[in-house]
Structure formats: structure tokens, C-alpha cells
Design a protein around this ligand. Structure first.
Ligand SMILES: NC(=O)c1ccc[n+]([C@@H]2O[C@H](COP(=O)([O-])OP(=O)(O)OC[C@H]3O[C@@H](n4cnc5c(N)ncnc54)[C@H](OP(=O)(O)O)[C@@H]3O)[C@@H](O)[C@H]2O)c1
Length: 216
């Protein structure tokens, strides 16, 4: 079992933490306001496996790190403590929240490529972006279960994708590899696979048939 660093303690961060703890991992979780603001969450998570820390400490202590903050805030992430780490990126682009981002509007980049650009020495893997946060702790099933839910991943580094795949498996999900981060538009907001509960075959087929549309 691993120590999972989680940066962002909102919908995604909290629910990844719940699922990770249920699977036997330890969690170090951070938000923008400091660990003292997360005491209720740590109590709710229970089990002694969750610790509230600073962003830097979550980055350093995690065997790998889940980034679960709004896209508009990714440039706040510290580079040095995330160097050489596997970084799982749950981000989506919502212009009403994040402001307009020209390269995304023009389909010249994916959200995860923006994070990879900000963290050039980390191994970014897209993960968790297309499942409703609340479903993460409740939809997982043991490996081999018929119709097990699958989640899409993408990234440049096979070793990092193996880490993501193994983590998802412990939470109860199959992983479907979309290829490089440049392919992760296939599961960004408003695509057919976004939010849908699909098994691995269904998700692979859906991703293959997805057409790239302009952001609105
Ligand atoms: N909600 C979903 O079901 C869902 C599903 C898939 C993907 N996503 C994507 O995942 C990302 C996070 O979404 P969410 O719904 O979890 O957001 P959220 O509920 O608004 O939580 C955001 C968290 O990020 C923290 N944060 C913000 N800026 C930060 C910074 N600079 N450093 C450290 N922590 C920071 C916030 O801390 P403070 O409160 O202290 O500011 C808060 O804990 C978004 O890109 C979203 O589109 C969401």
C-alpha cells in the first residue's frame, strides 16, 4: 500500500481520499488555506490513515500525488517537491470557473498538457477527471468483476501509467490507456465518455469514436 499525496481537498480530493483509505492506503491531503482548516475532514476520514499537511508536504510525502484543484490554480503548484513524481491529474476546463484559456479554446493543448508544462520534471497522468467525485468511493469493485467500471488514463511515461493503473485497481477500477496526454481530449468535458459509467470495452470503444469539438 502507498502514501497518496492529495492536493485539493474538495469534491475530488475528499472522495479519492475516502476510496484510498478504504483500500488500505495512507493519505496526506492539502488545500490552499492550510492543514489547520482540514481537521474536520481528517476526523471524518477517520481510521488514522489521513493526515492534513501543507501542499509542499503532500507533494513530498506522497509516493504519487493526485492534483485535485481547479485548473485556474495549477500554476500555484510547487515544482520542486513534485520533481520525478507521478502526478495524477483530475482537471477539467470550465471557462466560467477557470476563465478562458486560449490554447484550450483552440484545441492546441489538453488540460493535462498544461499541467505537464507547468511541471516539466514530473510524470503527469490524466486520471479521475470523468467520474463524478461522489462515485469514486462507491463504484469500485474487485478485479475480475463482470462489468467492472473503467477509468481512462493518459500520459507519456509507461511507468507512471503503471502506477496509475495499479492505484485504480486497488480502488476497484480498470484503467483504459488513451495514449499520450495529447490524446486526453477524448475524455475531457462534454465528450460521450465524460461521466458515463462504462466498462473497459465500452470505454475503449467510446474513446475511439470520440470526435474533437470546439470548446464552448
Ligand atoms: N467535482 C467533480 O465531481 C469532479 C469530477 C472530476 C474532475 N473534477 C475536476 O477536478 C478539479 C477539482 O474539482 P473539485 O470539484 O474537487 O473542486 P473543489 O470542490 O472546488 O475543491 C477544490 C480544492 O482545491 C483547493 N485548492 C484551490 N486552489 C489551490 C491551490 N492553489 N493550492 C492548493 N489547493 C488549492 C481548494 O482549497 P481551499 O478550499 O482551501 O481553497 C479545495 O480544497 C477541477 O478541475 C474539476 O473540474 C471534478
Amino acid at each position: 500500500m502507498s502514501t497518496v499525496g492529495i492536493i485539493g481537498a474538495g469534491n475530488i480530493g475528499t472522495n479519492v481520499a475516502k476510496a484510498a483509505i478504504a483500500a488500505g492506503h495512507d493519505v496526506v491531503i492539502a488545500n490552499s488555506r492550510g492543514p489547520e482548516t482540514l481537521s474536520d475532514l481528517v476526523e471524518e476520514l477517520g481510521s488514522g490513515r489521513a493526515k492534513a499537511v501543507t501542499v509542499e508536504d503532500a507533494a513530498r510525502a506522497g509516493d504519487f500525488v493526485v492534483v485535485a484543484i481547479p485548473l485556474k490554480s495549477i500554476e500555484d503548484l510547487p515544482k520542486e517537491p513534485l520533481e520525478d513524481k507521478v502526478v495524477l491529474d483530475a482537471n477539467n476546463y470550465y471557462p466560467q470557473r477557470d476563465g478562458r484559456i486560449a490554447v484550450l479554446d483552440a484545441n492546441l493543448a489538453t488540460t493535462s498538457e498544461l499541467l505537464q508544462k507547468h511541471l516539466p520534471h514530473s510524470h503527469v497522468v490524466k486520471a479521475f477527471n470523468h467520474i463524478n467525485a461522489k462515485d469514486i468511493p462507491r463504484d469500485g469493485q474487485p478485479a475480475g468483476t463482470e462489468d467492472r467500471r473503467a477509468l481512462a488514463i493518459a500520459g507519456a511515461d509507461p511507468g507512471a501509467k503503471a502506477v496509475a493503473t495499479a492505484f485504480l485497481d486497488t480502488l476497484g477500477y480498470d484503467a483504459v490507456d488513451m495514449g499520450d496526454l495529447s490524446e486526453s481530449w477524448r475524455i475531457e468535458r462534454d465528450t460521450p465518455g465524460y461521466g458515463a459509467r462504462l466498462n473497459a470495452d465500452e470505454l475503449s470503444e467510446t474513446l475511439a469514436g470520440t470526435e474533437r469539438v470546439h470548446q464552448v
